[in-house]
Design a protein around this ligand. Structure first.
Ligand code: IMP
Ligand code: MG
Length: 175
């Protein structure tokens, strides 16, 4: 099956939204510093661009997790595949994600980071797909709400491909 990518959100729109979000975070965290935690690999481009627009002191760390769910049940469990390098105690954390789908990954990380005694934990996502949400999580910062399409580009992949596209696209399979 051949794949085609349909343009969905342009590079200009993405850059503009991320810059606005960076300014908002800078205001919200005035007088503090933020510890950005990027969830590999999808969040890399978003985090890099967002960090450039935050004017309060920024530190960053990265982690990696994968979700396993059997196709027929809705009980996906999350496995940590790369942990953080530094402790979270006392830090004001913003988890940076590419897309929130079921919300299971974020629900797991939110609980984990609170157990690790972060001072606060907020969530920033490039894309939010609320139609498929199963976990009850609060998303603090969203760039774009999207419909239930399969999205690629700007960090998001299909089979590890298309992460490097500078815009956001919809993946379609030709019959
Ligand atoms: P969930 O919110 O725990 O279901 O998982 C979110 C993760 O699933 C994201 O971080 C992505 O890695 C992946 N994902 C969900 N929807 C898409 C999509 O439309 N395109 C690419 N990856 C996706
Ligand atoms: Mg991801």
């Amino acid at each position: 099956m051949a794949e085609t990518i349909k343009a969905y959100i342009s590079e200009e729109e993405v850059s503009k939204k991320i810059a606005e979000l960076g300014e908002k975070i800078s205001k919200d965290y005035e007088g503090k510093s933020v510890h950005l935690i990027g969830i590999l690999k999808g969040s890399v481009m978003f985090l890099a661009e967002l960090a450039k627009h935050i004017s309060v002191p920024v530190t960053m760390d990265f982690m990696s997790c994968s979700s396993y769910g059997s196709g027929t049940t809705s009980s996906g469990t999350i496995k940590l595949t790369k942990d953080l390098d530094t402790p979270l105690e006392g830090k004001d954390v913003i988890i940076v994600e590419d897309i929130i789908d079921t919300g299971r990954t974020l629900a797991y990380l939110n609980d984990l980071f609170k157990l690790r005694k972060a001072n606060s934990v907020k969530i920033a996502t490039l894309l939010d797909k609320p139609a498929r949400r199963v976990a009850d999580i609060q998303v603090d910062y969203t760039c774009f709400e999207v419909e239930d399409f399969f999205i690629v580009g700007y960090g998001l992949d299909y089979d590890q491909k298309y992460r490097n596209l500078p815009f956001i696209g919809i993946l379609e399979f030709d019959k």
